[in-house]
Each structure stands twice: as C-alpha cells, then as structure tokens.
Ligand binder design. Structure first.
Ligand SMILES: Cc1cc2nc3c(=O)[nH]c(=O)nc-3n(C[C@H](O)[C@H](O)[C@H](O)COP(=O)(O)O)c2cc1C
Length: 177
C-alpha cells in the first residue's frame, strides 16, 4: 500500500473476523513501531502482545471503551519505560517525553497493520491515571513501565465509513497566526 493512501484510509476497526494473525506479521508490525522517531532517540518502549481471551474480555472492566477487545485477534499494549525516556526530574523542571514517543510508535503500529490489511483501534490508557494503575496491576508490570495504549488488532469484519473530508484549510496558518 502506498504510504499516502495508508495515511488517508486507515480507520478504527472494531469488528474482527476469527482469523488469527501470525507471529511473524505481528513482529513486522511492531518493527515499524520501533522505527518511529523518539526524543533523543531513546526508544523508551516495550510491547506486550496478548491473545488470551480472558484477558481481552476483562479489559472493559479497566478501560470502559474497550468492549470490542474481546473479539480482537490480539491486543498490543504499547508500554513506556519511564526510566529510559528523555526526561528531567529536577527542582524546577519536571517533564518526560515518554507519552509522546509512545504515541508516535502507536500510530506507526496502526499504519503498518493497515498496510497488511489488519484493522486496529487505539484505545487510550495514559494519561488516565486509574486506567494506568489498574492495567499495571492486572498485567503485573513493574513501576517504571507505563501502560500507554491498548491497540486492538484483527482482520476486519467491517468496512468503517470513510469520514467526510477532514481537510480544513482554515486550520492552516501561513506565515503568521
Ligand atoms: C488517544 C486516543 C484514545 C482513543 N480511545 C478509544 C477508546 O477507548 N475506544 C475506542 O473505541 N476508540 C478509541 N479511540 C479511537 C477514536 O475514537 C478514533 O480514532 C476517532 O473516532 C477517529 O476515527 P478513525 O480512527 O476511524 O479515524 C481513541 C483514539 C485516540 C487517538
């Protein structure tokens, strides 16, 4: 799939067939995520792939907008390692790029999946603190590992409607605001 076509046609897919996704395909998709840009090239991420139906079905109790995860072929949790990210924790400076880096990787993941005919839906975790805490506990993640996003994945059993033209000329400011 040509890149521009992929960017414009990717839509959230929330209905999936029963077809499994083979491990090599998942690896290639995650490889694309790992090629995303990161602050100071820290690549502060890990990926947890889960296809256990009990876990997929339980997710809606942690993040209420994930009811369709139970029918996904798998879920990829995009995890940020706060110890690895470009960050500052000084008296007057407190910031970390971990969520930004994970967000870009998540988009790469979804676009790579789409290029292979696989549908995804980004389901938010961070920065919803309770969701982050509950996921960390449920998935037995160490303290430095921040569950950033829950990406459901599967071969599409629906063709989501393409949106009205999202291009808005008035959102672009040329030269000055
Ligand atoms: C940060 C973020 C969190 C999201 N969380 C959810 C979610 O919890 N459940 C869901 O069904 N969709 C979720 N979405 C998907 C959006 O609803 C979807 O991207 C948006 O409606 C635009 O549709 P499109 O992805 O088909 O272009 C999320 C998307 C983003 C970027």
């Amino acid at each position: 799939m040509e890149m521009m076509e992929g960017l414009l046609t990717r839509r959230s897919v929330r209905k999936y067939t029963d077809q499994k996704i083979d491990k090599e395909t998942i690896r290639e998709i995650i490889k694309a995520a790992q090629y995303a840009p990161t602050a100071h090239n820290k690549q502060p991420w890990e990926f947890l792939v889960v296809d256990d139906k009990e876990i997929l079905g339980h997710l809606r109790h942690i993040q209420r907008w994930t009811s369709f995860a139970k029918d996904a072929a798998c879920v990829v949790f995009v995890l940020g390692d706060i110890n690895q990210s470009f960050s500052r924790a000084k008296e007057n400076e407190h910031w970390s790029f971990v969520d930004v880096d994970c967000a870009i990787a998540t988009e790469n993941l979804m676009l790579a999946a789409w290029a292979k005919g696989i549908g995804t839906c980004y389901c938010g975790a961070a920065p919803m603190q309770k969701v982050v805490d509950d996921l960390r506990e449920y998935l037995h993640l160490p303290e430095n590992i921040r569950p950033f996003a829950i990406v459901t994945m599967g071969y599409p059993a629906e063709t989501p409607k393409q949106p009205e033209d999202r291009y808005k000329e008035e959102k672009i400011h040329w030269g000055k605001y």
